[in-house]
Unconditional design. Structure first.
Length: 149
């Protein structure tokens, strides 16, 4: 990677400290230079994305990794809010959650999630999945110029 390539900004919306740590570790080993910001629920994520309060000046993420089941504002509510805002709706949102319920999968896609991934329970599989997300979204997929620029 050349020094002129842009650092990838990732927003992880996750309330489980263990899953946050595992995701950070998997992304730290990645081939692509990235910075991960972490918030614990949908309300914090919305403040981050709108650069409000303590998140004034927060970077615009190139990708959002979103858990569904969180306190205060859950992932479904956040996804709906993101997709209603012109300045945010183009950001790819990857739902990364423990739920494999058909209703959650259907609702996430109805709310325009970019993809839906059920978190593996196995540690090695979890790390492989996170590395695969990064590889796919930043090496294979072409993001809109307003996001990738």
């Amino acid at each position: 990677m050349s020094s002129t390539e842009k650092q990838i900004e990732i927003l992880l919306v996750e309330d489980s400290p263990g899953d946050v740590r595992l995701t950070q570790e998997a992304l730290a080993d990645a081939k692509i230079r990235n910075r991960i910001s972490v918030v614990n629920d949908g309300l914090e994520a919305l403040a981050f994305l709108q650069q409000e309060g303590q998140y004034e000046g927060a970077p615009r993420p190139d990708l959002i990794l979103l858990d569904l089941n969180m306190p205060r504002m859950d992932g479904r509510e956040l996804l709906a809010a993101i997709k209603l805002k012109d300045g945010l709706k183009m950001i790819p949102v990857v739902v990364l959650t423990t739920s494999d319920a058909d209703a959650d999968i259907l609702k996430s896609y109805e709310l325009q999630a970019s993809c839906y991934i059920t978190k593996p329970v196995d540690l090695e599989q979890f790390i492989t999945v996170v590395a695969g997300i990064e590889e796919f979204w930043f090496s294979i997929v072409k993001l809109p110029p307003s996001i990738a620029a």
